[in-house]
Design a binder for this molecule. Structure first.
Ligand code: TYM
Length: 368
């Protein structure tokens, strides 16, 4: 993975220009050198290569840069779609084991289950007072999911981004590592924080930056490279799961859709989404730039070579995660212990923000 600094070109941050201006004008308003990092991930489905490359890798990279680095398994978001209650608990443990197997160390970060910290739901309601329904109705993910939904479209689905804002703002996080598909939710969160501060007259909430990787921010479905890899909207054949057997990974990548260019051309090009996707995947898996991947494959005979090399690199990246996962998943009591102690740390931070929010909103008894 390799650590990278706050201004690393491997990531796009929302506030880069603003930060530079602030640095010159009012140095004391800058976030501390060690940012508070927060991200959330849903315990739904089996996590795929898109989640791993776009998000989980970044969490691992962030855990030593964050003070603290906080990662939340968002079970309350998962219930906004129809779900099986018996499966949800299992999925939370699955994901806890997967995150630790991927390199998150509960001693170096805060890892917890969202529903264990009630401050998230309380803040969600309080932030609803400064969130317009029009904004929520316009969110792409809400529109896509509500159209795809054949059963009840829950109001939770509409409120999803408000809860997501509460997740981050409760910790006054500076940085939010996510994939490209979360950009819109992050923008909304920033607007909500600014609106809250201006409505209640104090710079109480921190306006967070997104942190989106430059390469791998949007991993595409291997069968439909015009669509993002996704557990809900993608194809089974085109989705590589982190815990897939190496043979399955190889098969899926070798069957990836490329294009009919003759002679085949291995290049990053918007007109070649399948090939570009494989180049990005291989670049991340090998820890090199896409340009380096293209240079390394200059002598390749065709797309078969690109696919074989990509499969090899992805298997090498994911195989150790799978081995470690199997060991960790067997001990649910230990996983529960990790989540419980994470929740305790999370609660102590979120409770302070909530006390401030309640004070400025004049909720509860006056402060003594
Ligand atoms: P979830 O679980 O759907 O996605 C987890 C992360 O995976 C990223 N991702 C991708 N990255 C690259 N390529 C893809 N094809 C791809 N598919 C998914 C997502 O961008 C995400 O970072 N709404 C969040 C959960 C959340 C959250 C938060 C995130 C709840 N509260 C607070 C940040 C901060 C989500 O999409 O989870």
């Amino acid at each position: 993975m390799g650590g990278s600094g706050r201004d690393s070109p491997r990531f796009n941050c929302a506030n880069d220009g603003l930060r530079e201006n602030l640095r010159r004008l009012v140095p004391n308003t800058l976030p501390p050198r060690m940012p508070v990092i927060f991200s959330g991930i849903q315990p739904t489905g089996t996590k795929h290569l898109g989640n791993y490359i776009g998000a989980i890798r970044q969490y691992v990279e962030g855990q030593d840069r964050g003070d603290p680095a906080i990662f939340c398994i968002v079970d309350l978001h998962a219930i906004t779609n129809p779900y099986d209650p018996a499966e949800l608990r299992r999925s939370v443990y699955d994901l806890t084991a997967l995150l630790v197997a991927s390199g998150l160390d509960p001693a170096r970060c805060v890892l917890f289950r969202q529903s264990d910290v009630k401050e998230h739901t309380e803040l969600c309601w309080l932030l609803a007072s400064v969130t317009a329904t029009g904004e929520l109705n316009r969110m792409h993910q809400f529109r896509d999911k509500s159209v795809a939904q054949r059963e009840l479209v829950s109001s939770g689905l509409l409120f999803y981004p408000v809860l997501q804002a509460a997740d981050v703002l409760a910790y006054r996080a500076h940085e939010v590592p996510v994939g490209e598909d979360q950009r819109e939710h992050l923008e909304l969160m920033r607007d909500v924080a600014r609106r809250f501060n201006s409505r209640f007259g104090e710079e109480l909430l921190v306006v967070p930056d997104h942190r989106i990787p430059v390469v791998g921010a949007r991993i595409m479905d291997l069968q439909n490279p015009d669509r993002k890899m996704s557990t809900t909207g993608g194809s089974e054949e085109g989705t590589v799961y982190v815990l897939d057997e190496p043979k399955v990974i190889e098969k899926k990548i070798k069957r990836a859709v490329t294009d009919a260019d003759d002679p085949p051309r291995i290049a990053k090009d918007p007109a070649k989404p399948g090939v570009s996707n494989l180049i990005d995947i291989m670049a991340v898996a090998r820890g090199v730039s896409p340009e380096q991947v293209v240079a390394d494959l200059a002598q390749a005979r065709g797309y078969g070579d690109l696919k074989a090399a990509t499969a090899e690199a992805v298997i090498a990246m994911l195989a150790p995660v799978k081995v470690r996962y199997e060991e960790l998943r067997a001990d649910e009591a230990a996983l529960e212990q990790i989540l419980a102690s994470g929740a305790e740390k999370a609660r102590s931070i979120a409770a302070q923000t909530l006390a401030d929010v309640r004070r400025v909103m004049a909720l509860g008894p006056p402060p003594s």
